[in-house]
Design a protein around this ligand. Structure first.
Ligand SMILES: Cc1cc2nc3c(=O)[nH]c(=O)nc-3n(C[C@H](O)[C@H](O)[C@H](O)COP(=O)(O)O)c2cc1C
Length: 191
């Protein structure tokens, strides 16, 4: 069933979207559990899936990555990035343009590292940095146990505008929003 219906007024849509995002971040099998992050690399867009970890109280979006990864380098060079979600069960697509903050070696990373250490810490402690060319795949699995949370980082995205498309037999709904004074202002557009 669609999340947004043609009966919803424009101001109801952001809350419906953020409720769904909050479900996505907290439920393992939810289609919003993964998100496509697009950065700019030498004037070319570059997209990849990442796990959507948390929607903060301030409604910012958190993901985890290795501080040495290309996405971090790309974000630091170019402030522009996009986040694309699609709920294929309920036909809801949401795209954000966002600014961001990279958390590294701070209170936030220390806090979330506790939930990672021992389970998926190998994602952030490879001996060679992500994207390093290697001779055998075993080299890519080498872990430096001493690294601990040294390269663990959290990217906190601050959405600035949002495009919503709800596909539905009852009538598609499409709307664009921008964030002004911490409130989403939007208008419907032709789907
Ligand atoms: C379903 C899925 C989830 C992923 N989650 C993450 C993630 O949470 N963080 C991350 O850094 N990479 C994640 N990856 C790997 C990235 O897509 C990407 O290959 C890797 O981070 C290197 O990207 P970069 O070189 O552009 O930094 C995930 C890949 C898939 C397919």
């Amino acid at each position: 069933m669609a999340i947004i219906s043609p009966n919803n007024n424009i101001d109801e849509i952001p809350n419906l979207v953020f409720l769904e995002l909050s479900n996505g971040a907290s439920k393992k099998k939810h289609p919003f559990k993964n998100v496509v992050l697009t950065t700019i690399n030498e004037n070319k867009p570059k997209s990849r899936w990442v796990v959507f970890r948390k929607l903060s109280l301030e409604k910012n979006l958190l993901i985890y990555t290795d501080f040495r990864s290309k996405k971090i380098q790309e974000l630091r060079k170019n402030l522009k990035c996009g986040l694309l979600f699609y709920n294929n069960k309920q036909g809801l697509q949401v795209h954000f343009n966002a600014s961001y903050k990279i958390h590294h070696n701070n209170e936030l990373t220390k806090k979330y590292w506790q939930g990672i250490a021992g389970s998926s810490s190998e994602n952030y402690t490879t001996f060679y940095p992500p994207s390093t060319p290697i001779n055998t795949i075993n080299d890519g699995h080498k872990i430096d146990k001493n690294l601990s949370d040294r390269y663990f980082s959290i990217i906190e995205f601050y959405p600035s505008d949002m495009s919503v498309l709800q596909l539905s037999r009852g009538g598609h709904v499409r709307a664009n929003f921008i964030k002004v004074d911490n409130k989403w202002k939007g208008s419907f557009i032709v789907p």
